[in-house]
Design a protein around this ligand. Structure first.
Ligand code: FA5
Length: 379
């Protein structure tokens, strides 16, 4: 075969090769041990003199050509592959990145921070007292002696000695009554209210006192307006000549800043063993705007006031707090002379206060602790 013709065939075959395997096949076909070129070289043995020399040179030139062409095409193929890779992995550093979800503080924590700020404006400093405390501070020092029926309202958890590992019903029954008890301070309780901070604060420092004790409370309760673990903030102000008007002014200031200027506050006479006189503090309901009824536009009004009874408050008002003037016996328990010192105290539920905030229409307190991100992410 004419060498020029072989060159053309090799050229076409190399160009047609799409990858390294294709090129290797061409190499074997022409340069391999049984390849075309090896066959041609073996024919040289039969030639002589000038003819052999010329044919040898021509064959070497063709062999060199094939080797160079193969190498060149390997490089070309590599270049194409790299180009493709670069295209696939192209990184545009100017594109905005994917932000990791940042999250935010739980709404109860947000409320705690806001409440702390509002009372700081009135000169109240924040304290934290134990959330597991002695009966003495939770009840006895607050004018509720052992066995007093008023204690029942606090539906208290007592701390037992049982091991937490064994949770069988028999074991729990066995442990019942096996409570941790201090000879002077009585049983250990999960604090059912933040009022345990009152006498503790009086023991800690002399008046004037203006503290907010903001902590977790525990009660055996669960329904649309009760959760077994909730937060309260306890205000305590002790000074000379403190009057109910100071209490009312303080509560109204808080209500206006926290709930909004159009919300109303109501003090209802009540009875607490540790304040005298005592009040319950209500705020007009944010779900039904203080009317007690929620109008359902798809139904005709059921009552003269229109709509259905508000599921949350049932009356237009929601009880948020207890309050009153500190009882002389409590001042005495805190080592203060009631003839010299007087004061007021109040205890609000943080979660209930948050639910009543302007613009919010949460009608079941338990959603705050269901840990449903669809709900929590809205705040
Ligand atoms: C008390 O706990 C008194 N210590 C308040 C007080 C303090 C009175 C100082 C006088 C002087 P009461 O049990 O009403 O009172 O609770 C106060 C508020 O805590 C309630 O109005 C409510 O807002 C909130 N609260 C009570 N129990 C729960 C509960 N289970 N879940 C959510 N919030 C609750």
């Amino acid at each position: 075969m004419d060498l020029k013709e072989i060159e053309n065939i090799v050229k076409k075959k190399i160009e047609a090769a799409r990858d390294a395997a294709g090129l290797e096949a061409v190499r074997i076909e022409f340069l391999g041990r049984k390849g075309t070129m090896t066959g041609l070289f073996s024919e040289l043995a039969e030639m002589k003199g000038e003819e052999r020399k010329k044919a040898g040179q021509e064959l070497n030139t063709l062999k060199q050509y094939i080797m160079t062409a193969l190498q060149q095409h390997v490089k070309e193929l590599e270049g194409v592959a790299l180009g493709k890779l670069a295209e696939q992995e192209k990184l545009d550093v100017t594109l905005p990145g994917t932000r990791p979800p940042l999250g935010h503080l739980h709404i109860t924590t947000q409320a705690i921070e806001e409440i702390t700020r509002i009372f700081a404006q009135l000169g109240f400093y924040r304290m934290r007292y134990p959330e597991v405390d002695w009966d003495y501070y939770a009840f006895e020092a607050l004018n509720m002696p052992k066995g007093h029926p008023a204690r029942d309202e606090w539906e208290t958890y007592f701390v037992g000695r049982g091991t937490t590992r064994n949770v069988s019903l028999e074991h729990i029954a066995e442990q019942r009554g096996n409570y941790i008890e201090h000879p002077k301070f009585g049983k250990m309780v999960l604090t059912p209210h933040t009022s345990n901070g009152q006498v503790r604060e009086m023991e800690r420092r002399k008046p004037p006192i203006r503290m907010i004790n903001l902590a977790k409370c525990y009660r055996r309760q669960s329904d649309v307006s009760h959760v077994p673990m909730f937060h309260q903030f306890e205000g305590l102000l002790i000074d000379r000549n403190v009057a109910v008007t100071h209490l009312k002014g303080t509560l109204e200031y808080f209500a206006r800043v926290f709930f909004g200027p159009e919300r109303r506050i109501r003090l209802r006479p009540f009875h607490f063993r540790f304040t005298e006189p005592s009040f319950e503090v209500d705020v007009s309901c944010g779900v039904c705007h203080g009317t007690g009824y929620v109008h359902n536009p798809s139904q005709p009004p059921l009552t003269l006031r229109g709509g259905e009874k508000c599921r949350l408050c049932k009356s237009g008002w929601l009880e948020l707090a207890g309050a009153g003037m500190v009882h002389p016996n409590v001042l005495k328990a805190g080592g203060l002379d009631p003839k010299v010192w007087s004061g007021f105290a109040f205890g609000f539920g943080v979660e209930r206060s948050y639910m009543m905030k302007q613009g919010l229409r949460i009608d079941d307190i338990r959603v705050l602790y269901n840990n449903d991100l669809n709900f929590l992410e809205q705040f």
